[in-house]
Design a protein around this ligand. Structure first.
Ligand SMILES: [Ca+2]
Length: 655
């Protein structure tokens, strides 16, 4: 076929199948048949000038990708589509692995009560080089991939840990370690302290427990070491079996505090309950106390650390109807793409961030995210200095149990840039912030947020913080329910933190939340026509810019707010017209929450809460209804049911 014939109507199709005779695709016409996705992409690239469209069809079954599949820019209008339950995995997946009795020497290191339950799976030699242990990760320590995990029957098991649930307490703090945070550039120079790195030393409240760990060669501890919103997983350098003292191999960002809490992981000596596993990486053997019927179930071990599919600058591609799972890192990394559509896919048993979608006019639709180690989807696009919109969207997606390993600052959904949208999504069971946005003019609508912010404090289901210029986002018509917590821990549904400004929160329903909305001192914020039912309080609207935070907006050299303000062309077009008040932030009522609007909100069995600066935040049209006990419960159930009719996601997910 010559290039002359390459009309856009012509499509070339490639089948990826280890078994080309697979029944469901046998009747379809294909221009080529290959065994692996990388070969299909290479075939399309080689024939790129022969057609206007390309389609790669993945046959039913398991397709293994251990290095990244790079989608070349040269392939026009490429669709990668799965048929009949096609799966792409970044590890070893066996329908029924050969579990055998564990080696006696290994069993000797396992607690007595667990010994009879432990089974062993020897991995193929080819897997050894890709097995990975725990990595340094946490708040402010982003990672591309985590440790190798065992997946049984589609769900990840737990790397052997202590305690089995929750966290252990620090009994005695011997040395908090160095405090890297004190040396950061946003600390005023006079107060800035840089110290050499020094790991903290502590004795757990259970002083006897560390005796078990004396033979562990690669022991790690994940803790909220100081603040309950900042987790970090750190390597353990030394365990003193006599005193119980644990020495960390590196400092925690904020230094250790006695209020800190932690658990240890990767300890064969703590493999003591169903659902836990440990991997001998040198020998390539997995040891597990399998769940009931687990021995007969499919099992997998995550291996790939690189994104499974990478698209860089690709236009008009699509990926659909594929179930992705069993990988240590990211599944799809799309950078500077345009018109990319990811649709009807499932993502599960993923170690770090599942999807990165950057560029313009991209869409992630009807996808299901479950058991994701970090963020489910990161959506970026648009240009802040010019306010050019990204016009990308996440629609009709489910996010469950994201932030499974990276437990703070790995929101289920992150939206950045300008002019992007989240519509009809559901986010549930997330330990910290469910949706974080940065930048301008986003729309977050018709989505449901429930049972989030359950492990961490000072957080909201939706969060934005510390940037006066991140204006124009509208949070509209969402349902927030069962987001409990305490006043002391500042847990809330919508958190406009640290002077966030120019945000509109309207027509939302808040049911059984701790605080509905926390407005942290910002300007030009509007809360209108929201309904609050059975919440601890509707709003906490403070004036921190003339309170505790005043010192943080004094010094242009170190203040994050002053620096981000100076970085945007707020006095030029299109900013000047788009945000007409932004120009007066440093000169008019500096630090006060000016032009705040709290209008037409309905409070059912919910106190208003607090508005600190009544001269600058105007309340009007509030309707308060008293309700308590069974009546309040009924009103809450009614409000959830009513709101659920208008929030997503709607369509079923293809699996
Ligand atoms: Ca355990």
């Amino acid at each position: 076929m010559s290039a002359v014939l390459a009309a856009s109507a012509v499509a070339l199709r490639v089948l990826v199948s280890a078994d080309p005779a697979a029944a469901t695709v046998a009747s379809e016409r294909f221009d080529a048949r290959v065994a692996e996705l990388t070969q299909a992409v290479a075939w399309c690239e080689a024939h790129a000038d022969e057609a206007g469209r390309f389609e790669i069809v993945l046959a039913p079954g398991i397709h293994t990708v251990l290095g990244s599949v790079q989608v070349p820019v040269a392939i026009p209008a490429l669709s990668i589509v799965g048929r009949g339950g096609a799966r792409v995995v970044g590890g070893i997946v066996e329908p029924k692995p050969a579990w055998v009795e564990a080696d006696a020497a290994v069993l000797a290191r396992v607690p007595d009560e667990a010994r009879a339950h432990i089974r062993a799976w020897r991995l193929p030699a080819s897997a050894l080089a890709r097995l990975a242990g725990p990595v340094h990760s946490g708040h402010g320590v982003s990672v591309a991939a985590v440790h190798s995990e065992l997946m049984v029957d589609g769900r990840p098991l737990e790397l052997a840990r202590w305690p089995n649930e929750g966290f252990a307490e620090i009994g005695e703090l011997i040395d908090p370690g160095s405090v890297p945070r004190d040396g950061w550039d946003d600390v005023p120079a006079a107060r800035r302290v840089k110290q050499p790195d020094r790991g903290g030393v502590f004795v757990p409240a259970d002083r006897v427990r560390p005796m078990r760990w004396k033979d562990e060669a690669d022991l790690w501890a994940l803790g909220f070491w100081n603040w309950d919103w900042s987790h970090e997983q750190l390597p353990i350098a030394k365990v003193d079996a006599d005193t119980g003292a644990v020495t960390l191999a590196r400092p925690h960002t904020y230094g250790l505090a006695t209020r800190g809490k932690f658990f240890v992981r990767n300890a064969l000596s703590e493999l003591d309950r169903e659902g836990e596993y440990w991997i001998d990486r040198a020998e390539g053997v997995v040891y597990a106390w399998l769940p009931e019927h687990g021995e007969a179930a499919e099992a997998g071990v995550t291996l790939a650390g690189e994104p499974l599919i990478v698209l860089d600058g690709v236009r008009g591609a699509s990926i659909s109807d594929i179930a992705f799972s069993c990988t240590r890192g990211t599944v799809i990394a799309a950078r500077a793409c345009a018109g990319l559509r990811i649709e009807g896919c499932a993502f599960s048993a993923v170690g770090a961030r599942a999807v990165e979608l950057d560029g313009t006019g991209n869409v992630l639709a009807r996808c299901d995210f479950r058991d994701i180690g970090g963020t489910g989807a990161l959506l970026t696009g648009g240009d802040r200095p010019t306010l050019r919109r990204g016009d990308s969207a996440i629609e009709d997606c489910n996010f469950r149990e994201c932030g499974r390993i990276l437990r703070s600052y790995s929101p289920a959904v992150v939206v950045e840039g300008v002019g992007n949208r989240v519509s009809r999504c559901a986010i549930t069971r997330h330990p910290h912030i469910a949706l974080w946005f940065r930048g301008n003019d986003h729309l977050i609508e018709a989505s449901e947020f429930s049972e989030v912010v359950y492990e961490t404090g000072d957080a909201g289901a939706i969060y934005v913080g510390r940037d006066w210029t991140a204006q124009g986002t509208v949070i509209r018509g969402n349902l927030f329910h069962d987001i409990r917590g305490s006043d002391a821990r500042f847990q809330n549904a919508v958190y406009l933190d640290d002077m966030s400004s120019g945000i509109t929160v309207e027509d939302n329903t808040f049911v059984r939340c701790n605080w509905g909305v926390l407005v942290g001192g910002g300007r030009d914020n509007t809360l209108r026509r929201n309904t609050f039912v059975a919440c601890t309080k509707a709003v906490s609207w403070d004036a921190r810019g003339v309170g505790w935070m005043a010192k943080e907006i004094e010094d242009p050299a170190s203040s994050t707010l002053l620096r981000t303000y100076a970085a945007m062309p707020v006095a030029s077009e299109p900013w000047k017209s788009r945000y007409p008040h932004l120009g007066d932030y440093l000169t008019f009522d500096f630090g006060r929450p000016v032009r705040g609007v709290f209008a037409g909100n309905r409070l059912v069995g919910t106190p208003l809460g607090s508005i600190d600066d009544r001269e600058r935040v105007l309340e009007s049209g509030t309707i308060s209804e008293l309700a308590e006990g069974e009546l309040l419960e009924a009103r809450a159930a009614e409000a959830v049911a009513s709101a659920e009719k208008s929030v997503g996601p709607r369509p079923a997910i293809a699996r």
